[in-house]
Design a protein around this ligand. Structure first.
Ligand SMILES: *[C@@H]1O[C@H](CO)[C@@H](O)[C@H](O)[C@H]1NC(C)=O
Ligand SMILES: *[C@@H]1O[C@H](CO)[C@@H](O)[C@H](O)[C@H]1NC(C)=O
Ligand SMILES: *[C@@H]1O[C@H](CO)[C@@H](O)[C@H](O)[C@H]1NC(C)=O
Ligand SMILES: *[C@@H]1O[C@H](CO)[C@@H](O)[C@H](O)[C@H]1NC(C)=O
Ligand SMILES: *[C@@H]1O[C@H](CO)[C@@H](O)[C@H](O)[C@H]1NC(C)=O
Length: 350
């Protein structure tokens, strides 16, 4: 029957054109899309994150997205979204949800028992939930080494200042610090526990290099639970000298300076005495030039350049005539009086 055939066939024919190619039945069809696997809760210092292995479906190029939910011990499951958690992990293309990704999101309360789960979505396909092991941040977190470690060397001691690996509320938890220290020249390690972050290592030898490592331990205020942290890198410092050693050093320095000065002065004296003649000559030669000018003054007809070109006669020990040093211009203005009676003053200036 042609009409029957038409009625039967039409719905089958029409169906694909009404719904898009990506459409599938909106039931939780678990079969084709596998659940994420290998879930890892990352708890380092204050950081909280969940990661998993990516899911893919062979021959389907569309991106898989992931949805993360959380719950407290006896609550329902809730989406990790902007309103509740300040981060949105309802539709992730990444395979990680970082609950402490920004300064607004402090993550889950650190004393709470948290469970997390994640599922994959691809178009209308939805995978089963994969659940991570429960955690309490203070119970499970990995504690890093103390931060901002600074050393102040003192007389026979070292003062170590550091900051906590991360901030904790005093009502919930606190840190204690263990310092392992040893003399660099082969001592053995001594661990010591300190409650404060201002640590003094006493009874050290002055002027010796000591090395140390520090670790923090997180202790809960209300429960008998503690989490040891990682050791810091090795750091070495020399202790300062104590007072008596310092005095000895100061005296030695002053004595050395004095000795050096004495030697320098002695050498100078010796040289001066030995080369007395030469020294005298150095100090007496400059006045020979004014003596030439004096010659010029005696005989102004002689050009000054000739007078200067003329070798200064060594026998001319003329330094007692320095008082009459003048320049020709001055001479023309007639201010200094020459002792030479043959001198002719220039007319009309005096
Ligand atoms: C945390 O909750 C899980 C169930 O959600 C439970 O199995 C576990 O014992 C709880 N842990 C603690 C320390 O209460
Ligand atoms: C989820 O992300 C995909 C693409 O990444 C987008 O097409 C879709 O509208 C998003 N869904 C929601 C509920 O945000
Ligand atoms: C947290 O520690 C408890 C034991 O104290 C353990 O059973 C649980 O699996 C840990 N959670 C994670 C995410 O490692
Ligand atoms: C705390 O736990 C330790 C073992 O982890 C135990 O030796 C100690 O007695 C406990 N202290 C208290 C006050 O319960
Ligand atoms: C510790 O040393 C390692 C390499 O030895 C370095 O990568 C790391 O940054 C150091 N850590 C600090 C806190 O200085």
């Amino acid at each position: 029957m042609p009409s029957n055939h038409l009625i039967l066939c039409r719905p089958l024919f029409v169906l694909p054109s009404v719904f898009p190619a990506s459409w599938s039945f909106p039931t939780n069809s678990l079969a084709p899309l596998p659940a994420p696997r290998n879930l890892k809760v990352h708890l380092y210092n204050a950081q909280q994150a969940l990661s998993w292995e990516p899911v893919s479906l062979d021959g389907d190029p569309r991106p898989v997205v992931y949805q993360v939910q959380y719950k407290y011990t006896s609550s329902n499951w809730y989406d990790v979204n902007k309103e509740d958690s300040k981060v949105d992990c309802t539709n992730l293309t990444r395979t990680e949800c970082d609950f402490t990704a920004n300064s607004l999101s402090e993550g889950f309360p650190r004393r709470f028992n948290i469970s997390l789960r994640v599922r994959a979505k691809l178009g209308g396909l939805i995978s089963a939930w994969a659940t991570a092991p429960w955690f309490e941040h203070y119970r499970n977190a990995t504690i890093g080494p103390p931060e901002n470690i600074r050393v102040i060397p003192e007389e026979g001691s070292l003062i170590i200042r550091l900051s906590a690996p991360f901030d904790v509320a005093a009502s919930e938890a606190f840190f204690v610090y263990y310092v392992y220290y040893w003399e660099k020249a082969g001592g053995r390690q001594v661990p010591r526990c300190f409650r404060s972050n201002y640590i003094t290592l006493n009874d050290l030898k002055p002027l010796r290099v000591y090395c140390f490592q520090v670790k923090a331990e997180l202790c809960l205020t209300k429960e008998n639970i503690s989490r040891p942290g990682h050791l810091s890198n090795i750091s070495c410092s020399e202790t300062a000298a104590d007072a008596s050693v310092k005095l000895q050093q100061d005296i030695l320095a002053i004595a050395t300076t004095f000795l050096v000065l004495l030697v320098v002065v002695g050498v100078c004296l010796f040289l001066v005495l030995k080369y007395r003649g030469l020294v005298k000559h150095w100090f007496h030669s400059p006045p020979s030039i004014p003596s030439q000018i004096e010659e010029y003054l005696r005989d102004p007809d002689q050009p000054i350049l000739d007078a200067l070109d003329k070798d200064s006669s060594p026998k001319d020990d003329a330094w007692d005539s320095v008082s009459i040093v003048t320049f020709p211009e001055n001479e023309q203005e007639g201010s200094p009086q020459s002792a030479d009676p043959s001198h002719q003053p220039t007319e009309g200036v005096l």
